[in-house]
Design a binder for this molecule. Structure first.
Ligand code: URA
Length: 200
């Protein structure tokens, strides 16, 4: 059994939050266990809770289009959320829910060991870019250790505010060159730590 499948079993049994009682399905995440890019959204919504899969509603349709714009599909990346259960009434996740669920996300990051983590929206951004504002840092990348962190608006933002659609599309198009630059750096200036990352 793969490490992620094993982890899903733990997530499915998790009852740390009140919202676990109301879920139809837990939504652990999906995609390639060895994905180079890990996208992290906020929380499952109605459709995700019904199907047990991340980003399968209208925001997910836009995410699929964004992935296609850089010649990727969801089987080639990994898509997760900050929290794995749908907050009741579609409210924002509570700090306690984010804390309770953090262990699952950390394990996913450990197992997948992505080269790039793309934060979708404020909640995942604030885990990796604490104190920053999405309006200021969307479309920018930071490297910490071996991982590139790239902040984007949540795809649902484009559904509420049409003017953000082009901003989100333009930010997505930056991803391939950020990953390519990274490879170039490693090829030209191999550091022992970086080599380890790309040898995996
Ligand atoms: N919004 C999210 O943040 N995640 C989903 O899975 C769906 C919508």
């Amino acid at each position: 059994m793969s490490a992620l499948t094993e982890l899903y079993k733990g997530i499915e049994l998790c009852q740390r939050c009140e919202i676990a009682k109301f879920r139809n399905n837990v939504v652990p995440g999906e995609g390639a266990e060895d994905a180079e890019i890990l996208f992290i959204g906020e929380a499952p919504g109605y459709h995700e809770d019904q199907q047990g899969r991340p980003f399968v509603g209208p925001a997910g349709k836009f995410l699929d289009e964004l992935l296609a714009s850089i010649n990727l599909d969801r089987q080639q990346v990994y898509i997760a959320n900050v929290i794995k259960c749908r907050p009741t009434g579609n409210r924002d996740p509570l700090p306690v829910e984010i804390r309770n669920c953090q262990e699952w996300l950390e394990r996913q990051i450990e197992i997948i060991s992505p080269k790039m983590i793309v934060t979708l929206g404020r909640y995942s951004m604030s885990m990796f870019f604490p104190g920053k504002s999405i309006g200021k840092i969307h479309g920018t990348a930071q490297k910490q250790g071996d991982v590139i962190y790239f902040a984007m608006y949540h795809p649902a933002a484009a559904l509420h505010q049409q003017s953000l659609r082009q901003v989100i599309e333009a930010d997505m198009l930056k991803i391939p060159s950020l990953l390519a630059q990274e490879k170039e750096i490693v090829e030209t200036e191999p550091e022992p730590e970086q080599l380890k990352m790309f040898d995996m």
